[in-house]
Design a protein around this ligand. Structure first.
Ligand SMILES: Nc1ncnc2c1ncn2[C@@H]1O[C@H](COP(=O)(O)OP(=O)(O)OP(=O)(O)O)[C@@H](O)[C@H]1O
Length: 304
């Protein structure tokens, strides 16, 4: 009997390009021997709900969309005790998670991997009672991904994010933050940015994370940026970011499996590029190898 595949598509993600290649993707799944059921998401959270309700009836889930759609599908999958393998066709604007996993941008190539690739386990982040696939962040530019209008994203792609980021520069503010990590590290400082990630690409840039990122080691990469005092400091921060190593004047980096973050005031978070709510205190923990995802052979840098 054929295996059953549920194909979830967000038709509005990215430039809507998936609309032109959806049929080709389905053809690849059928040729690989799957019986395919297609579901197009109708509204936010639809993907989570359909996965919670129906995933147990399928052998494989494949989703096509941006990081927001992926986050919704993963959140649904984590409600199931069985690890149902997930294929991912990146169809958003930046697609950091896919690029970290080496999943190609071309929908038909990604569909081929979703159908016939190898299953890899990757860590998933837990932020209070929510999940994130590759990033939880606060401060400078983090609102850019969810405040950039969809029409602008569709028209300009990554450039839209950069334009919105430049617009937000004059409004940057520092937060007084205290952080405790599972490794016993403790820090209290004025920070303009904080990022807890499990990816090699952030916002389309490969330089922001260390070179030794493992997506299945139970550890996050943490990057914190101290408050600059004058415009020249921005150049220093930029240079330090591009060096991708160690601590420096404005940058603090570490790895941790669990963190508690406290601030004097409510701070807004982004989870996988979508608004993650505001809070003064949050615990972020690593859900070790919680997701089974299809990748091309030897793409996840494994600790095994
Ligand atoms: N039919 C729909 N109408 C409106 N919004 C939808 C619909 N289906 C899904 N959504 C919402 O669209 C949000 C954004 O989608 P997604 O992040 O996948 O695309 P994107 O914003 O273009 O990509 P990226 O965030 O990678 O740039 C998702 O969080 C989801 O809740």
């Amino acid at each position: 009997m054929n295996q059953k595949l549920l194909f979830i598509i967000n038709p509005h993600a990215g430039k809507g390009a998936i609309q032109n290649s959806a049929l080709g993707c389905i053809d690849i799944f059928v040729k690989a021997g799957f019986d395919v059921t297609v579901y197009t998401t109708q509204k936010p959270l639809d993907a989570t709900n359909i996965v919670i309700e129906r995933a147990a009836q399928f052998d494989r889930i494949v989703c096509a969309g941006g990081d927001g759609t992926l986050n919704e599908v993963v959140t649904g999958l984590l409600q199931h005790t069985d690890r149902i393998p997930l294929g991912y066709i990146p169809a958003g604007t930046v697609n950091d998670f896919a690029s970290s996993l080496g999943i190609p941008k071309h929908p038909l190539e990604a569909a081929q991997i979703a159908a016939t690739g190898v299953i890899q386990q990757v860590d998933i982040g837990r932020f209070a009672d929510r999940n994130f696939c590759y990033i939880a962040a606060f401060g400078a530019f983090t609102n850019v991904s969810y405040t950039t209008p969809q029409a602008q994203k569709n028209l300009l792609g990554r450039t839209a994010y950069i334009l919105e980021g430049i617009k937000s520069l004059p409004h940057l503010k520092p937060y007084h933050i205290r952080i405790e990590t599972s490794c016993g590290q403790s820090l209290e400082d004025e920070l303009i940015y904080g990022m807890v990630s499990n990816a090699t690409s952030i916002g389309g840039f490969k330089e922001l994370t260390p070179h030794d990122v493992r997506m299945d080691d139970g550890l996050f990469e943490v990057v914190l940026i101290r408050q600059p005092k004058n415009p020249l400091d921005w150049q220093t921060i930029f240079n330090e970011l591009m060096q991708s190593k160690g601590d420096s004047k404005f940058l603090l980096r570490c790895k941790a499996s669990k963190l508690q973050i406290f601030s004097d005031e409510e701070i807004s978070w982004t989870l996988d590029g979508e608004f993650g709510g505001t809070t003064k205190k949050v615990e972020i923990s690593n859900n070790y190898r919680a997701l089974s995802i299809l990748t091309a052979p030897k793409t996840v840098r494994s600790t095994d």
